[in-house]
Each structure stands twice: as structure tokens, then as C-alpha cells.
Design a protein. Structure first.
Length: 244
């Protein structure tokens, strides 16, 4: 007790022993994701873009399980993973997170820049690996460029992550007394819905025959890495300076 009192008198507070463990765990998960993405890229590069067994199985299954109605739905879902919508959603995420006009504009610009930079890195990775797509005759929608990682899967996952982060940040800005019993449940439900949307966009790319399954998984992994790095940078910048 006396040691704790002495620390408080010097302007320092004892650190929560759980916090370092959480940071270490999150760092380990991030390193694991980076390693898995790198390993997948190395394997595909070493195999000269050849089709993996899991890719062939998923592609063959999709060709035999896509009735016209399901293809129509998949085309609508996949369209939300590209074009204007993800970028407009990123701007909306920034506007949601800000507490006043100045912060909202800054957050909107930051979210848009974050998404654009992530796309640039993803395109660089795609060009470096140069993995071919499935045969054009198997396509049920338009596609362009190389296959790995999937642009639609990456973009929708990044957009969902930005929206979830913005909603969570907005909830933390509310006064403590304004918290409603069901508000946290509603926030979690929205996060789940956004996650399901991103998963549906990625899955639609395999169903429509324009991507291999590992292209989609790599897109999700890439998004997880980029979002994790972004969150880590924000945490570092927001951390208060240590007292000496």
C-alpha cells in the first residue's frame, strides 16, 4: 500500500497488470496473421499460381451449386464491394466518429486515405504475385486484373472494419449517464451484420467463379493486417506521455 501511495504522490499510477497481457496477445495475433498472409503469398508464388486442392474443390462446388436466382443475388451483393459504395461508406464512418465538424471532416479524410492506401498496397501485392483467375468460361460476372488477393473481399472487409471502429468510437464519446441498457447490444448487432456483409461479398466472388477461395481468404487476411496496423498506430498516438 505504501509503494502504491508513493507512486501516486509522484504523479504515477500503478499500471493495470492485465493491459500488457492484452497488448501482447493482440500483437501476437497480428504477427500470426502477417505471417500467414506472407506464407500464403510465398506458396502461391512458388507454385507459379497453380491451383491448390482447396481452390479446385470450392470452384467445382460453386459451378454445380449456383442456380439463376442465387447468381442474381450474388451479383447484387458483389456489386457493393466495389465502386463508389465502399468509399462513401468510409467517409460516412469518419463523419460518424467525429464529435464536432472539425473532427468529423478530419476523420472522414483519414478514413478515406486509409482505404485508398490499403487499396494501393493490395494492388501492389496483386501485381507482384500475378496469379491468374479461373477460366473465363466459368465466370458469372465481369472481372479484371489478377486474382490474388481478392479486391472485393479486401475492400468490403476494410470498409466493414472502418464502420465498426467508427460506431464503437462514437459510442465511447457518449456521456456515461446516457448509456441505454440495449445500446451495447445494438452496437454489437451492427458489427455482426457488417461482418456478415463482408463475408457475403467475399463468398460471392467464389460463387460467381471469378476468384479462387484462397484469393478471398487472402483478402480478408490482408484487411485484418491493415486494420490491425491502423488501430495500433491510433493507439500509440492517443497514448498519454509517460511521466518521469
Amino acid at each position: 500500500m505504501s509503494g502504491e501511495t508513493s507512486a501516486m504522490e509522484q504523479g504515477r499510477f500503478p499500471e493495470d497488470p492485465i493491459a500488457p497481457r492484452i497488448r501482447t496477445a493482440l500483437g501476437a495475433v497480428l504477427i500470426g496473421v502477417v505471417g500467414l498472409l506472407g506464407l500464403t503469398a510465398v506458396v502461391l508464388t512458388a507454385r507459379h499460381g497453380s491451383v491448390l486442392p482447396i481452390d479446385r474443390a470450392a470452384h467445382t462446388w460453386s459451378l454445380h451449386h449456383r442456380p439463376a436466382a442465387l447468381v442474381s443475388v450474388a451479383r447484387v451483393v458483389t456489386a457493393t464491394g466495389t465502386g463508389v459504395f465502399p468509399y462513401a461508406a468510409a467517409v460516412a464512418a469518419g463523419l460518424t466518429a467525429g464529435r464536432d465538424v472539425r473532427h468529423r471532416l478530419a476523420y472522414a479524410a483519414g478514413a478515406l486515405a486509409f482505404l485508398l492506401l490499403g487499396q494501393a498496397l493490395r494492388l501492389g501485392l496483386m501485381e507482384a504475385i500475378g496469379r491468374p483467375r479461373p477460366a473465363v468460361d466459368d465466370w458469372a460476372t465481369h472481372a479484371s486484373g489478377f486474382a490474388f488477393p481478392s479486391g472485393h473481399a479486401t475492400t468490403s472487409a476494410l470498409t466493414a472494419g472502418l464502420l465498426v471502429a467508427a460506431i464503437g468510437h462514437r459510442a465511447r464519446l457518449r456521456p456515461a449517464g446516457a448509456a441505454a441498457p440495449g445500446r451495447s447490444t445494438g452496437t454489437a448487432a451492427v458489427a455482426v451484420l457488417l461482418g456478415c456483409w463482408a463475408a457475403a461479398v467475399g463468398t460471392s466472388r467464389v460463387l460467381l467463379g471469378v476468384h479462387w477461395a484462397t484469393d478471398v481468404v487472402a483478402g480478408w487476411l490482408f484487411a485484418a493486417v491493415w486494420l490491425g496496423l491502423g488501430a495500433a498506430l491510433i493507439r500509440i498516438r492517443a497514448a498519454p506521455p509517460r511521466s518521469r
